[in-house]
Design a binder for this molecule. Structure first.
Ligand code: FUB
Length: 298
C-alpha cells in the first residue's frame, strides 16, 4: 500500500472518492431492485506502472450512496481458463441481470500478445456480488478494440450490448443466452470524438450513450441521444470536464429518486493508473440535456 492510500484508508467518507481502502476505477453502477446499488469496478494495482497489473474485480454496494460495503473480490485473471497465461489486464467491466442470473462482462486478453488478443469474457452467478464463475467469451463481435463492455436493459426486457475503443463503438442486441448477438453488431453512428467507455441508459423515453473523448491526458465525458437503443445518435455535448486523470470512464444510474454519475479520478494517488471512484449528482434540462456535472471533493 503506498503512503497516500494508507493515509486515506479507513477514512469514512460521504464525499469523493467513495472508496479509500483500495484503488478502484471504471465504475459500472446498477440498482437491481433489492434496495442497494452495486458498483462493478476495475481494481488498479500498485505499483502503477501501467494497466497491466489489473488482475481482479471487486463489487461495492450501498443502500444510501454514503456507506459503502466492499463485497470483496468476484473474479481474478487466474480464474479464467481461456485467459492470458501471464494474467493481468482485467479492464473496465459491466454487469446485467436476467431470469435470476447475474452476468458479469469483462474484457481480458486470451494470449501473451495482450494487445492483439482481447476478448469479452462472461461470468455468471445467482447472486449480485459473489459466486461468479467464468462461462467463456463472447463470439460474433467485430474484432477491434474489444474493451469496455456495456449492457443496457430496455423497459421491454431486451438487452443490448456495446463495446469499443480507439474511435469506434459498436452495439447489438443480446441473444437469449446473454452471450451471443442477435442479428449482428453495428457501428454506433453520430458520436463526436468517441474514445472509449460507452455507457447506455434511458430517461423519459430518450436513450443516452455516454463516453470518454480524446482530449489528450485529460479525457472528458460526452454524450449523445437517440429514439432507439442502437442509434443513430445525435451528439449533445460534454457533461464531465477533466477530472485531473488521464482516463475518464463513467456510468449513470437512477437510485431512490435521484440520478447519479459514477466516475473516477486520481485524487488519492495523483497517478493516472491508481484511480479512485467518485459519485456526483446529475441534473437534466427540460429538453433532456445533461447539465455539466459538478465534481465534489473530500
Ligand atoms: O481501466 C483500464 C482502461 O482505462 C479502461 O478499459 C478504459 O476505459 C480506461 O478507463
Amino acid at each position: 500500500m503506498n503512503d497516500n492510500l494508507q493515509a486515506a484508508a479507513g477514512r469514512k467518507t460521504a464525499g469523493n472518492p467513495i472508496v479509500t481502502s483500495i484503488y478502484t476505477a471504471d465504475p459500472s453502477a446498477h440498482a437491481w431492485g433489492d434496495g442497494r446499488l452495486y458498483i462493478y469496478a476495475s481494481h488498479d494495482m500498485d505499483p502503477a506502472r501501467g494497466c497491466d497489473l489489473m488482475d481482479r474485480y471487486h463489487v461495492f454496494s450501498s443502500a444510501d450512496l454514503v456507506d459503502w460495503t466492499d463485497e470483496g473480490e468476484i473474479l481474478r485473471s487466474g480464474d479464467v481458463a481461456w485467459g492470458r497465461p501471464e494474467g493481468g489486464f482485467m479492464w473496465a467491466p459491466d454487469a446485467a441481470f436476467k431470469d435470476g442470473v447475474y452476468y458479469f462482462y469483462y474484457p481480458h486478453p486470451s494470449g501473451t500478445d495482450w494487445n492483439g488478443t482481447w476478448k469479452i469474457g462472461v461470468a455468471t452467478s445467482s447472486e449480485p456480488a459473489r459466486g461468479f464463475r467464468d462461462q467463456g467469451y463472447m463470439e460474433g463481435l467485430g474484432g477491434f478494440a474489444m474493451i469496455d463492455p456495456c449492457v443496457f436493459e430496455d423497459e421491454d426486457g431486451r438487452h443490448y450490448f456495446y463495446y469499443g475503443g480507439g474511435g469506434r463503438c459498436q452495439g447489438g442486441e443480446l441473444g437469449e443466452d446473454m452471450m451471443s448477438i442477435r442479428g449482428g453488431m453495428a457501428d454506433m453512428e453520430g458520436l463526436e470524438d468517441f474514445h472509449e467507455a460507452a455507457w447506455v441508459f434511458k430517461r423519459g423515453g430518450l436513450y443516452y450513450l455516454t463516453y470518454a473523448d480524446n482530449l489528450e491526458d485529460n479525457n472528458r465525458m460526452r454524450y449523445a441521444t437517440s429514439a432507439s437503443p442502437l442509434g443513430p445518435w445525435t451528439y449533445r455535448g460534454i457533461f464531465l470536464e477533466p477530472t485531473g486523470c488521464s482516463t475518464t470512464h463513467g456510468s449513470v444510474a437512477e437510485f431512490k429518486g435521484g440520478w447519479y454519475l459514477f466516475y473516477h479520478n486520481q485524487a488519492i494517488s495523483d497517478q493516472g493508473n491508481l484511480r479512485s471512484m467518485c459519485i456526483d449528482r446529475m441534473e437534466f434540462e427540460a429538453d433532456g440535456s445533461i447539465r455539466t456535472v459538478v465534481q465534489t471533493a473530500g
